[in-house]
Design a protein around this ligand. Structure first.
Ligand code: 5GP
Length: 137
């Protein structure tokens, strides 16, 4: 195999790997919430993200902020996602302000099953309305 052919194969492998990661994230129930295939209590939406109430709230306020572009987990985000990640953080802050809890709230991102991630579509938990312990469990 020539050097150029080898490079082309590597690029194709790389691109198909990225595509399959994105496809995996697209299959989750959060994608179905984005597509309105399953219901959710939506509190905010724009072109880039959606925010809705967690079905099993761990605090009086428990909102999930998700990108519409599917990313399975935070470690899989790339520099191409930099602006999107900033947007998610700012949106979390805006929602906390709108809900009157800007003085005290916690943002959590679980990355991987052992860290507590159960839905493989990137999401920020916004928790508020009670006091929180540190270190977290
Ligand atoms: P993770 O464990 O992946 O960090 O967080 C996933 C969150 O999604 C959990 O807090 C869980 O309660 C929430 N969740 C799971 N299924 C649904 C659902 O169908 N609707 C909503 N609104 N939240 C869900």
């Amino acid at each position: 195999m020539t050097q150029i052919l080898k490079m082309q194969v590597s690029i194709i492998n790389l691109l198909s790997g990225t595509a399959s990661l994105r496809l995996r994230a697209m299959d989750t129930l959060f994608s179905k919430i984005i597509d309105r295939k399953i219901p959710a209590d939506i509190v905010y939406e724009d072109d880039l993200c959606l925010a809705f109430k967690d079905i099993h709230p761990q605090a009086p306020i428990h909102i999930l902020i998700i990108p519409k572009r599917p990313i399975a987990k935070i470690v899989e985000a790339t520099t191409a996602d930099q602006q999107l990640l900033g947007h998610l953080m700012l949106t979390a802050g805006r929602i906390a302000t709108d809900m009157g809890v800007s003085d005290a709230y916690r943002l959590v991102v679980n990355n991987g099953a052992d860290a507590g991630q159960s839905v493989f579509h990137l999401h920020i938990h916004l928790l508020a309305g009670r006091s929180f312990n540190w270190p977290p469990g």
